[in-house]
Design a protein around this ligand. Structure first.
Ligand SMILES: NC(=O)c1ccc[n+]([C@@H]2O[C@H](COP(=O)([O-])OP(=O)(O)OC[C@H]3O[C@@H](n4cnc5c(N)ncnc54)[C@H](OP(=O)(O)O)[C@@H]3O)[C@@H](O)[C@H]2O)c1
Length: 367
């Protein structure tokens, strides 16, 4: 009896402590906007001090980074936006990571291309003047600074800064999803659902570079574009349901997740793989909750069948950035750019992306 009471009181105390800790974490969460001083060596950067729509984005002067011995300072010439950047809206589930009341990291952007401005004294791979591209948080700014041995590689000379800046997140997602999770092999039949977006346009071309037969699923207005980047077949999702054909695939690379486990399983070969990479175009759209639940269900249900349903989060590494640079250099992959905005128009770029119907990548240029 006594033990039961002690346990009950302890559980109550722990619960109260957790609620209090959450409350304190919420009210004390702050960010650099509350401490900002006039920078001594300023550069322009996109900043969001609060969570909210793209309206919260501002261009402000912040301190220009100084490279340490192992870093490279890059003058950004172009950057691109990704669904990832829409975390500015502060989804509640991610707030323990992003900051409870305000974003911990106020800077935005990851993908960039630019010119090396300065290198640390231990850096041998790069020199001032080199044209590079890569991924680094805070890329929507005049300068970024990153470790030389991370995701920075030389820009192929046949690429513009805009093209190179559109590559990192989207293309690495396509490469790692198809190659590492999907085990793509020459001669396979591959279906890409969401073939016309940022990731999809790279996925079509990368899948073709592996010698596969590619079917791209997109809407009517994008059929020609998806064909033009190499898809052997296209399916218009506004007219046909790709799960209702007699065709069978070895690999489904799914960026939309709008079909159930059993529907997708039906069109997979017995040892086929479905890589669940995304839940549709950027931004909030109807049915996201249902799609997430469907992907979770597919992941669990596939443990009991011969086909595999896998999800993943892409990770930057230099080796894969070099693979992408080679694909760009050889002409096997050419970025598809939908729209280009100036740094001061980044909010418009995100507003457009958020509609979820970008045709390829949305790029931001800097003078
Ligand atoms: N796993 C990872 O590590 C990772 C990394 C990056 C992105 N992602 C996810 O991958 C997804 C795609 O990213 P993204 O950068 O490609 O987004 P995006 O550029 O915003 O994708 C837009 C495209 O989605 C297409 N689309 C929308 N609804 C569709 C449908 N029902 N069927 C087929 N296509 C449809 C649109 O085509 P229409 O205009 O023709 O509708 C548009 O071309 C997102 O959910 C993103 O969060 C995952």
């Amino acid at each position: 009896m006594k033990v039961k009471r002690v346990l009950k009181w302890s559980a109550g105390a722990i619960l109260l402590a957790l609620v209090l800790a959450g409350f304190i974490a919420y009210w004390t969460s702050t960010n650099e906007c509350d401490r900002r001083t006039t920078p001594s060596n300023p550069m322009k950067a996109i900043v969001h001090c609060e969570y909210g729509s793209p309206d919260v984005l501002t261009v402000v002067d912040v301190e220009r980074p100084v490279p340490n011995d192992n870093q490279v300072l890059i003058r950004v010439r172009a950057a691109s936006v990704n669904p990832l950047d829409l975390t500015i809206r502060g989804p509640l589930l991610l707030r323990p990571l992003l900051g409870m009341r305000k974003p911990k990291d106020t800077r935005l952007g990851v993908d960039y291309a630019g010119t090396v401005e300065a290198v640390g004294r231990n850096v041998t791979q790069f020199k001032p003047g080199d044209e590079v591209f890569g991924g680094k948080t805070g890329a929507l700014a005049e300068y970024v600074c990153g470790l030389a041995d991370r995701a920075i590689v030389l820009k192929p000379p046949n690429m513009t800064f805009e093209q190179a800046a559109s590559v990192p997140v989207a293309a690495i997602t396509a490469l790692q999803g198809l190659r590492d999770k999907g085990k793509i092999r020459s001669g396979q039949k591959v279906l890409i659902n969401g073939a016309s977006g940022g990731v999809g346009t790279f996925a079509v071309q990368i899948a073709k570079s592996f010698g596969t037969e590619v079917t791209g699923v997109c809407s009517t207005r994008n059929l020609d574009m998806v064909r033009s980047i190499g898809a052997d077949h296209v399916i218009d999702y506004t007219k046909d349901d790709f799960t209702k054909t007699d065709q069978r695939y070895d690999l489904i690379f799914d960026l939309v997740g709008n079909h159930s486990f059993s529907e997708r399983r039906r069109i997979l070969n017995p040892n086929g793989i479905c890589v669940m990479a995304g839940i549709g175009g950027a931004g909030w759209h109807d049915g996201i909750g249902k799609r997430l639940a469907g992907e979770l269900n597919a992941y669990v249900a596939s443990r009991f069948v011969s086909q595999k349903f896998i999800s993943y989060i892409a990770q930057f590494n230099k080796k894969d950035m070099m693979v992408l640079a080679d694909l760009l250099q050889s002409g096997k992959v050419t970025p598809v750019i939908d729209r280009t905005y100036k740094l001061s128009e980044t909010a418009d770029a995100l507003r457009y992306l958020e509609q979820g119907h970008a045709r390829g990548k949305v790029v931001v240029t800097l003078d």
